[in-house]
Design a protein around this ligand. Structure first.
Ligand SMILES: O=c1ccn([C@H]2C[C@H](O)[C@@H](COP(=O)(O)OP(=O)(O)OP(=O)(O)O)O2)c(=O)[nH]1
Length: 144
């Protein structure tokens, strides 16, 4: 069990809930009304900020139903919340592009997140040749 310090920037959204069993991803809610015309971009405020456990980052992705329900695509495809994004004003947001006119209401569950361990520190060792067998290009194993 990990404990996460959380700040709510709005009292209009439900508190986050960890529900084990079905999925351990945690749904995030829009904390403000967002109206978009087709083709518009917005940063949807998610109304929370967190101090993640030491050595963790968070990954934010849409819910599977988000496109069907709201007609928006997450423009960064997966949001990466660094552990250092933990200041008093560091509210999480979801960048989206609307593919149709749409309305996101306060408290709508729009995306989900999980925490992930940081990768180890990396040192790049530059070489002339990698000395391994080529894997082949995109699609080199065929279609079926
Ligand atoms: O979907 C996202 C992605 C990022 N963030 C916050 C947390 C993250 O730690 C910070 C910076 O994100 P990132 O490093 O991915 O963005 P950048 O464009 O490289 O900005 P920076 O120059 O601040 O690193 O923005 C969000 O709220 N939502």
């Amino acid at each position: 069990m990990e404990t996460i310090k959380i700040k709510y920037f709005s009292d209009k959204i439900d508190k986050l809930e960890y529900i084990g069993g079905k999925s351990d991803w945690i749904d995030l809610r829009a904390s403000e009304e967002v109206s978009l015309k087709k083709g518009e971009f917005a940063l949807i405020p998610l109304g929370v900020g967190m101090k993640l456990p030491q050595g963790y980052e968070a990954h934010v992705v849409p819910r599977s139903s988000t496109f069907k329900n709201f007609g928006v695509i997450q423009t960064n495809h997966m949001g990466v919340i660094d552990g250092s994004y933990c200041g008093d004003n560091d509210m999480w947001r979801m960048p989206v592009l609307a593919v149709r006119d749409t309305q996101i209401h306060v408290n709508d569950r729009i995306c989900q997140f999980r925490i992930m361990k940081n990768q180890p520190a990396i040192n790049f060792d530059e070489v002339e040749r990698l000395e391994e067998t080529d894997r082949g290009g995109f699609g080199s194993t065929g279609k079926q």
